[in-house]
Design a protein around this ligand. Structure first.
Ligand code: ADP
Ligand code: ZN
Length: 749
């Protein structure tokens, strides 16, 4: 075979989409589409992916290919086609899609090498059990004491870099505790594949319930490319259905499968259940893997040594041949949408990949996204229903505490946060040695601080966001850009000296619970306590072993947990987030409340749920209380009609941002007008433009943000308009102006 003279190559760079290179000598490896090639770019060596050969006509100044490192193409033809679809649909350069689709070890211009990394862990070596002892040890060294108490609340150990980079601890304070022999810094090998060390579970051996049987049979008889929406209430046994499907696909048909989960760290239980059945035929792709380990897992899948890829959204690019099924668990989760370019939605990519490769798709959820529900309703997807809990579980009773009816006179700090009935319920659980889960979807101690005299609220200098007050260590912090500053004691505007804390956060609830029940074992799970990638699983394992009485946390605790001894779920404030200026705010609140309520009553002891709210009549709250998905949908859908929002229309959010406010506004307005003109002049373009207007959060990380929306029922028209816009509309470069196109956005904030 003679080598082609010219090949087209895609580069993983935003500027060049494809480029033509010349092959000036016979490469050691075959140059077929999908092969990784090393090419010169601006005096550097860069990686490109060979797309195919071109003939010589019209090729301008081709460049030489420097190296062809891989004996086999890293992308199969089908994967290349999938990446082209993503590039086309989300209107992004193909090279950027290819870069997301390959393991990062292959994205560099060298060969990947496995690595072993170490990190320093700060470990408490001595405990100070009494307050007197603490006073004596620390005196006025408040920062040292804060660090000591922080480490205590983190279970006695935490990576030093996490303490310093995320929790505002200085090197000097760490050293001071070492000096006092309260702490040691231990060098330890980073445990990159914790799943390999987890104790295997025994595989489940349940006899499927009648609805499970119906679902399993339907999946066994599915047509290639068919998409199913598995709507099963919490605890209805969706995992068993997935497992039976995987047995059929992997064991009997000798095909392969992909299982997508929202976030591996939050769902170790689910992953363990798959591993129990399929053992080392599974590759678990998670963010804690090093580049080398990720590459190893990728190779094992490509070579067919592993048959099932389990992972978060990027696992949809797993290099599997003979793909038989894709399972998307908790398909409503927003984390399936990539937050940066290419902004693909893994659920949509699943459907496209499965259609091309003749695989079947199962989208599973207790609270399906309205898009998937709409697709099932219209006959595009086939609906399978698991209406009841399996085994000993029953749906929990949900009661509501209307916070508006509270008597303020008698309120203590505790009772203003935890109502009498929630307090009583928690107390009973502690006495009966049962477990409780408490949700408050707001981390930190207080969501903002305000001057009691003039009302001034401290906000971030870089973002239009109030600063959140954190304790241990004490500081104000921006949750968007991580700006930190010491707590102000005087108002910067009026000099007033009374600064109030407003808006309850998880740290404050933790403190109140600890004071009320000093003997209770309380675990807090939010971004601040889950430092290492593996911290989530450690906390959850403690809950599973019965070492935690009350698990308190943000939305992290609402996902997929299956603990039969949890008999109470309390929602401290159901209204957090429900009034965000976003068309999905109600849907997201309903999903969160339903999911967290679903953690109660999974065992023979039953369970109950108590929801505290100021808006008990809001349909997101009301329907979550009655476990009534159908009613929620019936009330929510009309709100998406006029003005129209998904699922009734396709949406694109175009965000223009720059370091100065006025130019961002001008460009956004000009771009929206330009598109309106374009659409008027082309009568066959059923696309409407809404806006421009400032984004709800109009400044993030020093960038001013404006946006406008494109709406259409015709996906193809949207693609054409966006493509034309990107090619023809001139974006000025001043003030670091940027235009981001977010197709099918999950949030408009
Ligand atoms: P879901 O994902 O729908 O919330 P799970 O798959 O976590 O539900 O199942 C809930 C619990 O019921 C699990 O502990 C599981 O082992 C158990 N289970 C599943 N199917 C059956 C069955 N047919 N009979 C008894 N128990 C079952
Ligand atoms: Zn900020």
């Amino acid at each position: 075979m003679t080598a082609p003279r010219f090949v087209e190559v895609a580069l993983p760079l935003p500027v060049f989409q494809t480029f033509t290179y010349a092959v000036d000598h016979e490469p050691a490896h075959p140059l077929v589409p999908g092969t990784r090639v090393i090419v010169p770019v601006r005096k550097r060596r860069a990686v490109g992916i060979c797309l195919g050969t071109v003939d010589q006509t019209g090729v301008k100044s081709p460049r030489p290919i420097l190296d062809v490192p891989d004996a086999d193409p890293i992308f199969a033809e089908r994967m290349l086609a999938l990446c082209r679809w993503i590039a086309d649909y989300y209107v992004v350069p193909l090279g950027l899609v290819l870069r997301s689709a390959m393991p990062s070890a292959l994205a560099g211009a060298t060969r990947p090498t496995p690595e072993q990394r170490t990190e320093r862990i700060a470990v408490l070596t001595r405990r100070l059990p009494s307050l007197e002892l603490r006073d004596k040890t620390f005196g006025r060294a408040v920062k040292q004491r804060a660090l000591y108490e922080l480490l205590e609340s983190l279970g006695g150990r935490s990576p030093a870099t996490h303490l310093m980079e995320h929790l505002g601890v200085s090197r000097g304070v760490l050293d001071a505790l070492v000096e006092k022999q309260l702490l040691t810094l231990q060098e330890s090998v980073v445990q990159r594949d914790p799943f390999a060390l987890r104790r295997p579970l025994a595989p489940e051996r349940h006899v499927p319930s009648a609805p499970q049987r119906v679902a399993i049979d339907a999946l066994m008889a599915a047509r290639p490319g068919e998409v199913f929406l598995l709507h099963g209430v919490t605890g209805s046994g969706k995992t068993l259905v997935y497992i039976e499907l995987l047995r059929e696909i992997v064991d009997r048909r000798n095909q392969t499968a992909i299982v997508l989960v929202p976030e591996i760290a939050l769902t170790p239980q689910t992953v363990d259940r798959f591993r129990a059945v399929f053992g080392d035929r599974i590759a678990v792709l998670h963010s804690a893997l090093s580049d080398g380990e990720r590459y190893d897992a990728w190779l094992a899948l490509k070579r067919g040594e592993k048959r099932i890829a389990v992972g978060a959204r990027s696992a949809i690019f797993a290099p599997l041949d003979t793909l038989g099924a894709v399972i998307v668990d908790e398909e409503h989760e927003g984390s399936y949408k990539n937050g940066e370019t290419p902004r693909y939605h893994a659920r949509e990519v699943s459907v496209v990949r499965a259609r091309d490769e003749g695989a079947i798709v199962v989208l599973g959820s207790a609270t399906p996204s309205l898009e998937s529900w709409h697709n099932a309703d219209g006959g595009k997807y086939r609906l399978l229903t698991l209406p009841e809990r399996v085994g000993a579980g029953r749906m929990p009773n949900v009661s509501v505490v209307d916070l508006r009816k509270k008597k303020p006179e008698a309120a203590t700090e505790f009772s203003s946060v935890v109502s009498d009935s929630l307090e009583r319920a928690l107390h009973e659980r502690l006495e009966r040695e049962e477990q409780s889960i408490l949700l408050l979807n707001r981390r930190g101690y207080a969501s903002f601080v305000q001057c009691a005299d003039c009302g001034y609220v401290v906000s971030c200098p870089n973002c239009s966001i109030t600063l959140t007050y954190h304790r241990a260590p004490e500081r104000l912090i921006c949750h968007y850009c991580l700006y930190q500053t010491p707590l102000v004691t005087r108002c910067v505007r009026c000099g007033g000296s009374t600064v109030r804390q407003r808006g309850l956060g998880t740290q404050q609830v933790e403190r109140l619970l600890g004071e009320r029940w000093p003997a209770a074992r309380i675990a807090r799970m939010d971004v601040d306590t889950t430092s290492g990638k593996w911290a989530h699983a450690e906390i959850l394992d403690r809950v599973g072993r019965g070492e935690v009485d009350i698990l308190l946390g943000t939305q992290m605790i609402a996902k997929g947990l299956d603990f039969p001894n949890v008999t109470l779920v309390g929602v401290v404030d159901a209204d957090v987030g429900i009034n965000l200026p976003d068309f999905r705010a109600s849907e997201r609140s309903f999903q969160l409340l339903s999911q967290v309520a679903g953690r109660a009553g999974r065992g023979p002891k039953g369970g109950s749920v108590i929801i505290q709210t100021r808006i008990p009549t809001h349909h997101a709250v009301r329907c979550a209380i009655t476990h009534d998905y159908a009613s929620f949908v019936a009330e929510e859908l009309p709100a998406r009609r006029n003005p129209s929002y998904p699922p009734y229309t396709r949406l694109v959010n175009v965000i223009v941002s720059s370091l100065a406010e006025e130019p961002a506004a001008e460009v956004a307005i000009a771009a929206a007008d330009w598109l309106r003109q374009l659409i008027i002049s082309a009568p066959d373009l059923p696309v409407t433009v809404v806006g421009a207007a400032p984004c709800p959060i109009d400044r993030i990380k020093r960038r001013w943000r404006w946006h406008f929306l494109l709406k259409s029922d015709h996906p193809g028209s949207l693609t054409r308009v966006l493509r034309y816009f990107l090619e023809r509309f001139d974006v000025p470069t001043a003030y670091d102006m940027r235009v981001v196109i977010d197709r099918d956005p999950v949030s408009l904030l």
